[in-house]
Ligand binder design. Structure first.
Ligand code: DGP
Ligand code: NA
Ligand code: NA
Length: 214
């Protein structure tokens, strides 16, 4: 029997209210309609015990020290790492709404001296590495005008502005090599079409699922 070909690992990232959830769902549907087996995940996964603590924190119902919440977000990804790896090996295309990129930039955006991009990245080392990350780029002022902005912890204009700057800074590092920027300020359909085109090459030929390295 020929070896089972592995599936691709695709991540959708973006600022809050960039349209991530909508585009994540549409990408999953589009890939399924191409006949692919798709596994859809999102982080934070608010359903696990760790995820429930994160959810309470984001909704302002509990306090967490900045390093502690950082490690909880990372642990929430590690809880699913085995599942991601096996799904890819079984040939599923795994599509994730947020991943370690958010992990790194949202914490580093807090501008604490001892919470650098480097410190924030270390707990993510060893996670399955995505084939591609689509970054839905939107001006923070545009995102702020979309419905429900301001509901959760990080949804302030200052924070979103810093998060966007750090996403661009990350693109200048080895982690950023996988990131492709998509203009999310357009119609849902235009963005959807762009995303499909941007992931096409990795769907045809997924890279090796090497873990993130130090
Ligand atoms: P979402 O459910 O995609 O809107 O994400 C919830 C919020 O949590 C959003 O403001 C981004 C932030 N976030 C996601 N992942 C991480 C992470 O790993 N670390 C930190 N500090 N924030 C994160
Ligand atoms: Na959000
Ligand atoms: Na979302």
């Amino acid at each position: 029997m020929p070896p089972l070909s592995r599936g691709a690992l695709i991540v959708i990232e973006g600022l809050d209210r960039a349209g991530k959830s909508t585009q994540h769902a549409r990408l999953c549907q589009n890939l399924e309609s191409q006949g692919r087996r798709v596994k859809s995940l999102r982080f934070p996964d608010r359903t696990t015990p760790i995820g429930k603590s994160i959810d309470a924190y984001l909704r302002g119902e509990s306090q967490q020290e900045d390093h502690v919440i950082h490690l909880l977000f990372s642990a929430n990804r590690w809880e699913a790492a085995g599942q991601i790896r096996s799904a890819i090996e079984e040939g599923f295309t795994v599509v994730i709404d947020r991943y370690h990129y958010s992990g790194i930039v949202y914490s580093a955006a807090k501008d604490k001296v001892d919470l650098s991009l480097k410190w924030a990245r270390d707990p993510e080392i060893g996670l399955p590495r995505p084939d591609v990350c689509v970054f839905l780029d939107i001006a923070p002022e545009v995102a702020a005008k979309r419905g429900n902005f301001g509901r959760e912890k990080y949804e302030t204009s200052a924070m979103q502005k810093r998060v966007r700057e750090l996403f661009y800074e990350l693109m200048g590092t080895s982690d950023g090599l996988d990131i492709r920027v998509v203009d999310a300020g357009r119609s849902v359909e235009e963005v959807e079409q762009d995303i499909i085109e941007r992931v096409n090459d990795v769907m045809e030929q997924p890279k090796m699922a090497k873990p993130l390295t130090a």
